[in-house]
Write a protein that binds this ligand. Structure first.
Ligand SMILES: Nc1ncnc2c1ncn2[C@@H]1O[C@H](COP(=O)(O)OP(=O)(O)OP(=O)(O)O)[C@@H](O)[C@H]1O
Ligand SMILES: [Mg+2]
Length: 368
């Protein structure tokens, strides 16, 4: 079993989870409970520990339990490593990895690779290009350790360049200096993204074949500036336009993926349930690739899998999750909503979530 799997989680003060502990299975974990019981909040707590932010609110303060002054999440991994994070309101967070204070979330995110599948995942198809860049960059970040530095470098250049473009009298020499630096980072980012996608595509195709029978899927990457022309040349040629917008109009911050089924955009052609299956295939493929390239394994946070999926499709997803041997935390409302589809050898734990408390649940159906 993967070293990145979670062995123990303690959550205090995240939304309605005032104080709860969990010793999960290293494979499949099902959290069930009524609306408002705290299932999504538990996934949010894991997400917060891994990435320093919630997937529901832009401000992490809003996840702190209204009755408490502080939120704390402690995670112990199978590898023996640990992550501890606490946040008071107002105030900065304290983050520890293996007991050592961290000034950024980079190493923590690497030791806890999380893939979230929830109702917002549809935005991978129908949302802005930013969502698809995030998808791509998640994968590149986890397989290429220099990527974060290139990405930060490019962001800094774009911010500085934009600042100059907004000024009344534009200093062209300074703009050019940032353009030169930006194009160096941009080439690295483009190379990493397109290499990653080349590796990912066959896995997406294979994973999707287990879930959905649709005409040919194509995923085309556009890097954010014209193919065949160096970015620097294009930036130099577009100074007037950029000055009009007061912002850099081309570059790696404009990259996108066109996801099509046959000749149609995926979101225009597929039903809602089929879109969900496609998004799941995209994310599962990322998890598989990470395992192939780094030997590590991801943790899937799957919020409300049953919604939009009929029973046979739920079973297909469950089968894939257990086959890829990752740890998963899956939520559903009913006690038996996710009971079918598991092999007898799968290690599974079920937890009942009630009023912000979790309790291990065993049923007569053979769950342990
Ligand atoms: N900052 C907060 N402090 C305390 N409670 C909060 C806070 N924010 C939200 N809540 C409450 O926490 C509860 C748990 O919400 P959560 O979204 O986790 O429920 P859920 O089990 O996922 O429900 P559903 O099945 O409807 O998705 C809700 O009752 C919500 O109102
Ligand atoms: Mg929920």
């Amino acid at each position: 079993m993967s070293n990145s799997a979670i062995r123990r989680i303690d959550v205090q003060g995240i939304r309605n989870l005032s104080c709860t502990q969990l010793a999960p299975s290293e494979q499949i974990n099902i959290l069930f409970g009524t609306n408002g019981s705290g299932k999504t909040s538990f996934l949010e707590a894991i997400h917060y520990a891994g990435l320093g932010r919630s997937f529901r609110s832009p401000r992490v303060e809003s996840v702190i339990c209204t009755d408490l002054a502080e939120a704390t999440v402690f995670i112990e991994l199978v590898s023996g490593s640990s992550i501890g994070v606490s946040k008071s309101r107002p105030g900065s967070h304290t983050l520890k990895l293996r007991g050592e204070r961290q000034s950024s979330w980079l190493d923590t995110a690497r030791s806890l690779p999380l893939l979230l599948i929830n109702s917002d995942s549809f935005s991978l198809l129908e949302g802005s290009s930013k969502v698809r860049r995030k998808f791509l960059d998640w994968g590149v970040f986890h397989v290429e350790h220099d990527f974060a530095a290139s990405w930060r470098g490019a962001s800094r250049c774009i911010a500085q360049r934009n600042l100059l473009l907004k000024s009344r009298h534009i200093d062209e020499r300074q703009v050019d200096a940032w353009s030169v630096e930006l194009s160096t980072y941009a080439d690295r980012i483009d190379h990493s993204r397109s290499q990653y996608l080349q590796r990912l595509l066959p896995l997406i195709e294979d994973t999707l074949a287990h879930l959905l029978d649709v005409p040919e899927l194509t995923i085309k990457y556009s890097r954010g500036w014209d193919e065949g022309s160096p970015l620097l040349e294009l930036l130099r040629g577009s100074l007037d336009r950029d000055a009009r917008y007061g912002a850099t109009q081309i570059g790696p911050h404009r990259a996108d993926l066109q996801i099509r089924i046959g000749k149609f955009r995926a979101e225009d052609y597929l039903s809602r349930g089929q879109q969900k299956l496609l998004v799941i295939a995209l994310k599962l493929a990322q998890g598989r690739l990470l395992t192939e390239l780094s030997g590590g394994s991801v943790i899937y946070l799957v919020d409300d899998l049953p919604s939009e999926l009929d029973a046979p499709n739920r079973v297909k997803v469950c089968r894939l999750l257990e086959r890829f041997d990752s740890q998963a935390f899956m939520t559903c409302v009913g006690e038996n909503d996710l009971d079918t589809g598991w092999s007898s050898g799968t290690s599974m734990r079920k937890f009942h979530v009630e009023h912000g408390k979790m309790s291990a649940f065993s049923s007569s159906s053979g769950m342990t």
